[in-house]
Ligand binder design. Structure first.
Ligand code: URA
Length: 436
C-alpha cells in the first residue's frame, strides 16, 4: 500500500477501505507518513467528504491509537456527555452530581480550556485543593462509592487525533464535518462509556455557526456511536449568547451551585435538565425523558444533587465549605460596571467576544502555559431580550491587579459584544433539535 495512492483515491471521490484508513492513521502515528501527505489527504477529505463507513473506520483507527479505558470495574451503565464547546458552559458541573444522584454513574474525563472557551477542569480547580489527577483505581473507587468523579483526561488518549488535529489547525482543514465528528468520537470511544449524550452548540459562539451544519455534525457523530455499539444521542443547543450569567472559573462554579440549589439562571437549568433527562434514559433509570425530568426535578428540590456535588468535592479533596458558603470561593478585588449606551432591548450578546473579554482579564489561556486567575471574569447582568435604559448596568468585569494591562481592551470587547436594538426582539429557542 502507498499513501500517494490513498490520497489520489480520495481526491477522485472514491471510498477508502478500512485497511487503507488504518494504514494511513497507523503510518502517520508512527511518523512513517509525513505531514505533507497527511495534509494532502485531509484537504481531499475536506472537498470530497467521507461516507459513514469511512468516518466510522477513521474514528476507530484513531480511538485505537492510544489508551482505551475499560470502565467495566464500575457497576451500571456509564453515560458520558460531551459539549462541542461554548462560552459560560458549566453544564458538566451541574450534570455530573445531578445524574449521579439519580443513580447513573458518571465517570467523566474533561479537558482544560484554551482560548476563549473555559475548561471544566479549570473551573473545578477554583475550589481550593480540588484534585483532578486520580489514578485509575481511585477513579473507579470514587465512581463506585460516590457515583461521580470528574478528572483530567489521560495524556495518551487518541494520540493520532491529537497529531492530526494539530495538522488540520494549520492547514485550513479543521472545518470538515467527517474530520470533526471522528475527532470528537474517537476520544469519547477511547474514554470507555457505554452511551453518550452530545451537546452540539450552534450559533455565533459555536464551532458550527448554522443550524444546518450543526445538525449534519450531530448526525455524523450519532451515526458513528450507533455503528460502534455506543448508544448516542445529540442535542442541538443555542450558543448565540453565552449560557447563564457568569463567565470565568469561580463565577461559573458559583452559578452551577446556585442551579443545584434551585436558584440558577433559567437557560442553564433548562439545558442541564434536557441533557440530564437523556442521560437518565440511556442509563436505564427512566423509561421516558418526561419521567426522567420529573425524577430530576424531585432530586433538585430535595437538595440531593447539591449533596452529591459536596460528596464529589470532598472525595477529590476540595474545600466543601466553599460550596456551602459561595462567598469563600476566589473573588476578584474589583468590579467594573459596563452600562447601556442607549435605551432599547438587548438584541444579541456575541459569545466569542465575551469569552475573549474574560480571557483578557486572566480567566482563560492565551497559550498552553498561561496561568489562570480563578477569580476574574464577566457577569452578564442583562441577557438577550431584556429591556435596558441608557446608563443602566448591563454587565460587570471582575478584575485583579494581574488584569490591569488588558482591562481597557476587555471592557471594550464587553461593550462591543452587546447589540442593543430599538424594537423588542423575539425569544430565541434554547434547544433546537434532538438527533437520535
Ligand atoms: N473538537 C475536537 O475535539 N475535534 C475537532 O476536530 C473539532 C473540535
Amino acid at each position: 500500500m502507498r499513501a500517494v495512492d490513498i490520497i489520489q483515491k480520495k481526491r477522485d471521490g472514491q471510498e477508502l477501505s478500512s485497511e487503507e484508513i488504518s494504514y494511513l492513521i497507523q503510518g502517520y502515528s508512527r511518523g512513517d507518513i509525513p505531514d505533507y501527505q497527511m495534509s494532502a489527504w485531509a484537504m481531499a477529505v475536506f472537498f470530497q467528504g467521507m461516507t459513514a463507513k469511512e468516518t466510522g473506520d477513521l474514528t476507530m483507527a484513531m480511538a485505537k491509537s492510544g489508551d482505551q479505558v475499560d470502565l467495566s470495574p464500575i457497576a451500571g451503565i456509564k453515560v458520558d456527555k460531551h459539549s462541542t464547546g461554548g462560552v459560560g458552559d458549566k453544564t458538566t458541573i451541574v450534570l455530573a452530581p445531578l445524574v449521579a444522584a439519580a443513580g447513573v454513574p458518571v465517570a467523566k474525563m474533561s479537558g482544560r480550556g484554551l482560548g476563549h472557551t473555559g475548561g471544566t477542569l479549570d473551573k473545578l480547580e477554583s475550589i481550593t485543593g480540588f484534585q483532578i489527577e486520580l489514578d485509575q483505581e481511585q477513579f473507579f473507587k470514587q465512581v463506585n462509592e460516590v457515583g461521580a468523579a470528574v478528572i483530567g483526561q489521560s495524556g495518551n488518549m487518541a494520540p493520532a487525533d491529537k497529531k492530526l488535529y494539530a495538522l488540520r489547525d494549520v492547514t485550513a482543514t479543521v472545518n470538515a464535518i467527517p474530520l470533526i465528528a471522528s475527532s470528537v468520537m474517537s476520544k469519547k470511544i477511547a474514554a470507555g462509556a457505554d452511551a453518550i449524550v452530545l451537546d452540539v452548540k450552534t450559533g455565533s459562539g459555536a464551532f458550527m455557526k448554522t443550524l444546518d451544519d450543526s445538525i449534519k455534525l450531530a448526525e455524523a457523530m450519532v451515526d458513528i456511536g450507533t455503528h460502534v455499539g455506543r448508544e448516542t444521542v445529540a442535542v442541538i443547543s443555542d450558543m448565540d449568547q453565552p449560557l447563564g450569567h457568569g463567565i470565568g472559573n469561580a463565577l461559573e462554579i458559583k452559578e452551577a451551585v446556585e442551579t443545584l440549589q434551585g436558584n440558577g439562571p433559567e437557560d442553564l437549568e433548562e439545558v442541564s435538565l434536557f441533557l440530564a433527562s437523556h442521560m437518565l434514559v440511556l442509563g436505564g433509570k427512566a423509561e421516558t425523558v418526561e419521567e426522567a425530568r420529573e425524577k430530576l426535578r424531585d432530586i433538585l428540590s430535595q437538595g440531593l444533587a447539591l449533596d452529591k456535588l459536596k460528596q464529589m468535592v470532598k472525595a477529590q479533596q476540595g474545600d466543601v465549605s466553599q460550596i456551602e458558603d459561595l462567598s469563600l470561593l476566589p473573588t476578584a478585588k474589583r468590579t467594573i460596571e459596563v452600562k447601556a449606551p442607549t435605551d432599547g432591548y438587548v438584541a444579541g450578546i456575541e459569545a466569542e467576544a465575551i469569552g475573549i473579554s474574560a480571557m483578557l482579564l486572566g480567566a482563560g489561556r492565551e497559550t498552553t502555559d498561561s496561568v489562570i486567575d480563578h477569580a476574574v471574569g464577566v457577569t452578564l447582568v442583562k441577557k438577550v431580550g431584556d429591556p435596558v435604559k441608557a446608563g443602566e448596568v448591563i454587565a460587570m468585569l471582575h478584575a485583579n491587579e494581574g488584569s490591569d494591562s488588558k482591562l481597557q481592551e476587555a471592557e471594550q470587547k464587553l461593550q462591543q459584544a452587546y447589540k442593543i436594538s430599538e424594537a423588542p426582539v423575539p425569544e430565541q429557542p434554547l434547544i433546537y433539535a434532538l438527533v437520535t
